[in-house]
Design a protein around this ligand. Structure first.
Ligand code: VAH
Length: 313
């Protein structure tokens, strides 16, 4: 049995869908603190879970005896700056509860997402390496950095097979992002199709590492299927996709929706967060260890997003 915690989120929804396709719906338990999202409501078993309630989590682990656990529940960068203590508590206590229970119930593999948000103003900005100065200045960023340290610690100390990816900004059509700084790159598609215009909360030339969700899910399943002995990183792997600016993305959307107009907000708190992150990432270690290779470049992503959103909007 596979337990997905935070199944309603942007990544969780996609992972439940992908894992159910591979393992069969009944083998994948979706769980979240809120009611199941539409996309996963009738496609398999669901449990209510609160990662801050260890007794509740213990009950779920005992009931389902999961062999794999994916912990996606988290508060992201922008919301985390509005609720710093809650973000630290949920991101950290939730992870430690799950790591403890994974050891107690002898879970074979655990996945936990990190982020390029673990890098900060003094990290190299281009082709940011796996190891470098990391001075994240958002609660979300340093909760992910601390979480990476906990994951490596549980692997070293208890032999727990926990695996992680430093996701860039993720763009997908099946589920909306939940309060991050890269959310503009999803919202822009919905607004382009519905209203023909979009005001970006990041400035025109703000380059960020991004990835199409299909690539992110494939990377996750490839990492989880890799032989343990091939993994040289037990904190979290750098993962790169495509880097682009709002201006570059808007130009490709305009090629396909000629009347689309983009404008730019002038003072959004998310700009400072984006400015503290790298512009591109070196993920060569993932390629060496488990054969990582991107499939969606920017034009292919734009075409796939518009084609799928047109069907549901
Ligand atoms: C966020 N989407 O914006 C997340 C992600 C790299 C960005 O961590 O907070």
């Amino acid at each position: 049995k596979i337990l997905v915690i935070g199944a309603n989120g942007q990544i969780g929804t996609e992972l439940v869908t992908a894992l159910r396709a591979v393992h069969g719906a009944g083998q994948v338990i979706a769980s979240d603190i809120n009611n199941p999202a539409y996309a996963i409501r009738n496609s398999g078993p669901f449990e209510f879970v609160n990662v801050l309630d260890k007794d509740n989590l213990h009950h779920i682990f005992h009931k389902h005896q999961p062999t794999q656990v994916y912990l996606l529940a988290a508060i992201l960068s922008a919301v985390g700056e509005q609720k710093p203590k809650m973000a630290w508590d949920l991101n950290m206590t939730g992870l430690i509860h799950v790591l403890d229970l994974a050891v107690e119930f002898n879970v074979a593999k655990v996945f936990w997402p990190s982020s390029i948000a673990v890098f900060g103003p003094h990290s190299p900005q281009y082709n940011t390496p796996q190891y470098c100065v990391m001075d994240p200045n958002t609660v979300y960023g340093f909760s992910k950095l601390a979480g990476e340290r906990w994951c490596e610690y549980y692997n070293t100390k208890y032999g727990l097979d926990v695996r992680s990816l430093r996701y860039p900004g993720l763009i997908g059509w099946r589920a909306n992002p939940g309060g991050g700084t890269t959310d503009y790159a999803v919202h822009i598609f919905h607004e382009a199709l519905k209203h023909g215009k979009y005001e970006s909360f990041l400035s025109a030339d703000t380059a960020l590492p991004m990835m199409y969700m299909d690539d992110a899910i494939r990377a996750t399943l490839t990492l989880m299927d890799a032989p343990a002995e091939k993994l040289s990183i037990r904190s979290s792997y750098n993962l790169a996709g495509i880097s682009f600016t709002p201006k570059e993305l808007a130009a490709l959307i305009k090629d396909r929706i000629p009347n689309f107009e983009i404008s730019y907000a002038d003072s959004d708190p998310r700009q400072a967060i984006a400015d503290s992150w790298p512009k591109s990432i070196d993920d060569s270690q993932a390629t060496i260890d488990w054969g990582w290779k991107i499939e969606y470049d920017l034009p292919k992503m734009v075409d796939d997003m518009l084609a799928n959103l047109k069907k549901i909007l």
